[in-house]
Design a protein around this ligand. Sequence first.
Ligand SMILES: NC(=O)c1ccc[n+]([C@@H]2O[C@H](COP(=O)([O-])OP(=O)(O)OC[C@H]3O[C@@H](n4cnc5c(N)ncnc54)[C@H](OP(=O)(O)O)[C@@H]3O)[C@@H](O)[C@H]2O)c1
Length: 354
Amino acid sequence: MKKLKVAVLGATGVVGQQFIRMLESHPSFDVAALTASEKSAGKRYGERVRWVVSGDIPEFVADIPIVDIDASSLERRDIRVAFSALPTEIAQETESRYVEEGIAVFSNASAYRMKKNVPILIPEVNPEHLTLVDIQKERSPGFIVTNSNCTASGLALALKPLIPFNIAYVTITTYQALSGAGLPGIPSLEALGNIIPFIESEEEKVETETKKILGTMEEGGISNAGFEVNASCARVPVRDGHLESVVVEFENETEILDIEKAFIHFSGMPQQLKLPTAPQNPIIVRKEENRPQPQLDLMAGYPSRAAGMAVSVGRIRKKGNKISFFLLVHNTIRGAAGASILNAEFAYEKKYVR
Ligand SMILES: NC(=O)c1ccc[n+]([C@@H]2O[C@H](COP(=O)([O-])OP(=O)(O)OC[C@H]3O[C@@H](n4cnc5c(N)ncnc54)[C@H](OP(=O)(O)O)[C@@H]3O)[C@@H](O)[C@H]2O)c1
């Protein structure tokens, strides 16, 4: 397959940087354009970016100028795919302009996630939702595929193998990393040695997006999953990685061993298709009594291109019809840039982008 030229929108932010890191030497995508706000436009990427993700700024990108390009100039540059790491309020207008110009937008922003014909895609969980793009293409030359809120991405992955056990109710409490707030982020005086029990709109996003992701495709669109999700979200002084305490109530009693097996054996289309960013095992079960931990389990996922793409679960417990566990998801990889890249790899494989 030929390599596709791609743009990264919002390339200087936390998620934008993770895109750059993960797209280095990618087998299918070549970074050909970078955008950011007006204050960054015209500067070389290496000069402008305040690099906060692991490793050094990849050499291939250091001299690329940051441009304030409009959608039509992307087309002239033969770029048909854009990875968006734009703030939601900017994404709203920008992404729809790109779609009008025939660009396939893979977005991290929440602006279009809950729109009827826009999928919140996790190819291991709801690959069939990609067909919503066919409906979008009846009206516009391009399309938008979103990935979910970072917390919801880990939760939906862990809940998918539990669907056959008949979920009645999900309660989730989170311990979310500082990088989830982007740059410049939360002031250090508020973050250090502290826990903030509020993240704007986060609980609503987790509750609604999870039900859409796990919904079933029907004639008129997606029919949401039938169980309720109740979320309580807090920001903790951890750099990367959202830890989530999950309690799943089932219609009937289930056994820990069956739940554990369902996690361990879970795999989906990305694994079958051997997509470059797909982790061999999307869910890794930790048996130790004190795992998963952000410091130890953040980069779970094999091979190296999929590091950070696996969700780690542990401390599986049972009380009556309820199963409790902790899960850890890398918020800027499986919860953001890596998720978008996997979505684009899947769409490329399915010939939605060419
Ligand atoms: N961080 C996470 O864990 C996470 C997870 C899932 C989803 N998301 C979503 O992903 C998106 C990016 O998040 P982030 O954490 O990377 O944010 P961020 O660090 O604040 O980065 C925002 C990016 O957008 C650019 N930008 C700001 N205003 C702009 C404008 N008016 N026009 C064009 N570009 C503009 C910034 O450029 P300058 O450097 O020039 O200002 C920067 O490149 C958000 O929608 C967020 O909700 C984030």
